[in-house]
Design a protein around this ligand. Structure first.
Ligand SMILES: [Zn+2]
Length: 344
């Protein structure tokens, strides 16, 4: 009989986050800072890794004046006026990539970023979001929520300072040398097309970006540009990979909320969370065929405003596409022209 080793529970080695303008050391030469966000998720973590003559920033915060001021306070204070030597941008979301343009220009430093994340950020500047309306319509999304999601791209552009003209690719299996230390690069899909994560074996620290968070499950969405995408399948594959390659006792440094240990336990919880949502969808579609929009209240209990509805809808489509790929749901175009799912 196989006896499975118990999985270490989730624990938080640091009782409180750093105050604005201050840092907390989370490993020798690795500092944790926090920047405010004007959303319900009200902060983002940025990490600074000591390099030979300055600091490498992992992510940047959002492009708002408050964040710029917070950066200035950090640079003059805890970073000892040393400046940045490079930026690692984990993924294209504005809370992570927002000040990349500003910081790379200010310090004349390189940007390290996965190619798909760099190109996605560029593509958003050229995407005609309004052209996506038919996708939402055929999935039964109401007009007000459709309006929100098809104009959301302009909000993104206000929250980022652009990208430098050149970048250095971060890719799965690669590595970065920072201040004489080696950081292995991992990437994973699901939350973003090719989100970068870093693991340093010497210190047993894992920068998980938004791929593994503790208090929330990272948003996994199908975008209208790629309606048949299976980001949930990609995400679950990535979680399985992390469980294989990152030691269970690594200190995880996530993009939001507190650093933690117990990565394998958290990966198990996230996978179970998605399995639960799939079970709810399967049950609802066994009773009668449903649109993706019908399935939103099946999965999300609380009532949604159009903004939240847009996010929730895109998450539901991610579960639906995953289940279709697995042969658990069948999608068909109904007599009213709308797409409905039934249990296979
Ligand atoms: Zn993100």
């Amino acid at each position: 009989m196989l006896i499975q080793a118990p999985i270490a529970p989730i624990a938080f080695p640091y009782p409180t986050p750093p105050d604005p303008g201050t840092v907390r050391q989370v490993a020798p030469g690795v500092l944790w800072a926090r920047f405010a966000l004007p959303f319900r998720l009200n902060h983002v973590n940025v990490y600074l890794i000591e390099d030979h003559d300055g600091w490498v920033a992992v992510d940047t915060g959002i492009a708002l004046d408050d964040t710029r001021e917070a950066w200035n306070a950090l640079l003059e204070g805890p970073l000892r006026g040393q400046g940045l030597t490079a930026i690692v941008a984990t993924h294209y979301h504005p809370d992570h990539v927002g000040l990349v343009g500003w910081l790379t220009e200010r310090f004349g430093i390189p940007l390290h970023m996965p190619r798909n994340e760099f190109l996605t950020c560029l593509a958003i500047q050229h995407r005609a979001f309004a052209a996506n309306r038919p996708f939402y319509k055929e999935h039964g999304l109401p007009d007000d929520a459709t309006e929100r999601v098809t104009t959301g791209g302009h909000g993104y552009l206000r929250l980022v300072t652009g990208l430098p003209t050149q970048f250095q690719q971060l890719s799965m299996g690669g590595s970065l040398s920072i201040g004489g230390r080696r950081f292995e690069v991992l990437t994973g899909g699901g939350h973003a097309p090719e989100q970068a994560m870093l693991y340093c074996a010497d210190d047993n620290i894992f920068f998980s970006a938004d791929q593994v968070l503790t208090r929330i499950s990272p948003n996994i969405s199908v975008q209208a540009m790629e309606p048949e995408a299976d980001p949930l399948g990609e995400y679950l594959n990535s979680l399985a990979n992390l469980r294989e390659v990152i030691p269970h006792d690594a200190v995880v440094l996530p993009g939001h909320h507190m650093p933690f240990t117990g990565l394998h336990a958290r990966v198990g919880e996230l996978a179970a969370h998605h399995a639960e949502r799939c079970a709810l969808i399967a049950e609802a579609c066994r009773i009668e065929p449903r649109t993706a929009t019908d399935l939103v209240p099946t999965v999300f209990a609380r009532v949604m405003d159009p903004h939240q509805m847009g996010f929730a809808f895109s998450e539901v489509v991610a579960h639906v596409n995953y289940m279709r790929n697995r042969g658990e749901l069948v999608q068909f175009r109904d007599t009213d022209g709308v797409l409905r799912m039934r249990a296979a």
